[in-house]
Ligand binder design. Structure first.
Ligand SMILES: *Cc1c(COP(=O)(O)O)cnc(C)c1O
Length: 393
């Protein structure tokens, strides 16, 4: 990579390894193993593999390595490890570095599976987890202790789009020597510079904006070379959550167009949020790019734009939300996000169904709440679709 390349150039060219054929499009090395010329070569490679030497696809693969190097360059991270899914990245980042007796502080407003890992999995292995309101720096300050090893949060929470101050939380965490792990899915690599803002480790579900076309599950952990190669890689390569070469190829091609898609999706989200604001059937419209978002100033400073997702709360509760969803003709009902297609989700009955009512209340997951992940369709078609569906709600 040339050091002066901007993000959009890095997303297209960084990390490429061309074979002897000089192919334009990245090759898919769909192989789980690699041949050694001699037994001595095998021995030497197991002792220490060079940058162009691979052993077994669970450890690494040329196509996967291209994806890792491209996303690391894009994100401004020293290195990256690609994983089988976003949850493999979240779980791997945490469990590779934690041990019994450690303390973790986490934001409470999390993607359902992240909450499960922190609440149900880590605690089973003797890690103590404290939850705080991620938007309240005083709560972070109060919860951090000398034995806090890691803090975890989504820079924009799902589905209520609360924004966490990456620089502020990182400064507090670093005071006690804790590692800052940020799940940056909603902010996207396009709008967030989490590492430059203080995060030590960034995780993505590549399933979302990086693929962005609903094809493959994947994830990635980004951090210092030391953390990725000494802590994450040994854990991931032996526990089995590595990315497949075919997925890595899908994600490489996804990275090439991600910037265009995310900009178009963000423009659509902004336009729809503005069009729906103040609608008589809605109790609230939550979008980080609206001036009335409680953290609008932080959004401007941290991301510049509001991202690709908004949430609306139908005043008529679950019945109204279901009538609205069922009346849509362009947008679809599903639970992915970051896709080229506009996707709507009813969190209370799907992604967050298993949460007890008091936790739903605390997180603002009301019966009328609908999450809208904006796609790249024509904004007028989308706005007309939503307004017509609201009229029937
Ligand atoms: C989707 C998502 C994940 C999990 O990613 P998968 O690829 O589905 O495993 C983790 N965190 C956030 C914020 C997500 O949106």
């Amino acid at each position: 990579m040339k050091n002066d390349w901007n993000k959009r150039t890095r997303a297209v060219h960084s990390g490429i390894r061309r074979s002897q054929y000089g192919e334009v499009s990245e090759a898919i090395f769909l192989t789980q193993g690699f041949v050694y010329d001699t037994a001595e070569d095998a021995e030497a490679r197991f002792l220490e593999a060079g940058p162009d030497e691979f052993i077994y696809a669970r450890y690494g693969n040329p196509t996967v390595s291209m994806f890792e190097q491209r996303i690391a360059a894009l994100e401004g991270a020293e290195d990256a490890f690609a994983t089988a899914s976003g949850m493999a990245a979240v779980t791997g980042a945490l469990t590779s570095m934690l041990k019994a007796g450690d303390h973790v502080v986490s934001a409470g407003a999390l993607f359902g599976s992240c909450l499960y890992v922190l609440e149900e999995v880590l605690t089973r292995f003797g890690v103590e987890v404290s939850f705080v309101d991620g938007s309240d720096l005083d709560q972070w300050r109060a919860a951090l202790r000398p034995e806090t090893r890691a803090v975890f949060f989504e820079s924009i929470s799902n589905p209520t789009l609360q924004v966490v101050d990456i620089a502020g939380v990182s400064a507090l965490a670093h005071d006690v020597g804790a590692t800052v792990i940020v799940d940056n899915v909603f902010a996207t690599p396009v709008w967030s510079d989490a590492i430059a803002q203080g995060a030590d480790v960034v995780v993505y579900s590549a399933t979302k904006h990086i693929d962005g076309q609903g094809r493959a599950l994947g994830g990635v952990i980004l951090g210092t070379r030391e953390f990725i190669r000494k802590t994450v890689e040994p854990y991931m390569k032996h526990t089995g959550g590595s990315m497949s070469p075919f997925t890595a190829w899908v994600m490489l091609k996804g990275l090439e167009t991600m910037d265009l898609r995310v900009r178009a999706q963000t423009a659509n989200a902004q336009e729809i949020a503005e069009a729906l604001s103040g609608h008589e059937k809605l109790a609230r419209v939550i979008y980080p790019g609206l001036a009335d978002h409680p953290q609008a100033e932080l959004v401007r400073r941290q991301m510049g734009k509001g991202g690709t997702v908004l949430s609306i709360d139908l005043a008529g509760g679950k019945e109204a939300a279901f009538r609205f969803l069922n009346a849509l003709e362009v947008a679809i009902i599903s639970n992915n996000l970051g896709d080229a297609k506009t996707i709507l989700t009813h969190p209370a009955t799907t992604t967050h169904q298993r949460l007890p009512q008091d936790q739903k209340d605390a997180l603002g997951i009301t019966p009328g709440l609908v999450r809208i992940s904006c796609g790249i369709e024509d904004s007028q078609d989308l706005t007309r679709d939503m307004l017509a569906a609201l009229a029937r709600a």
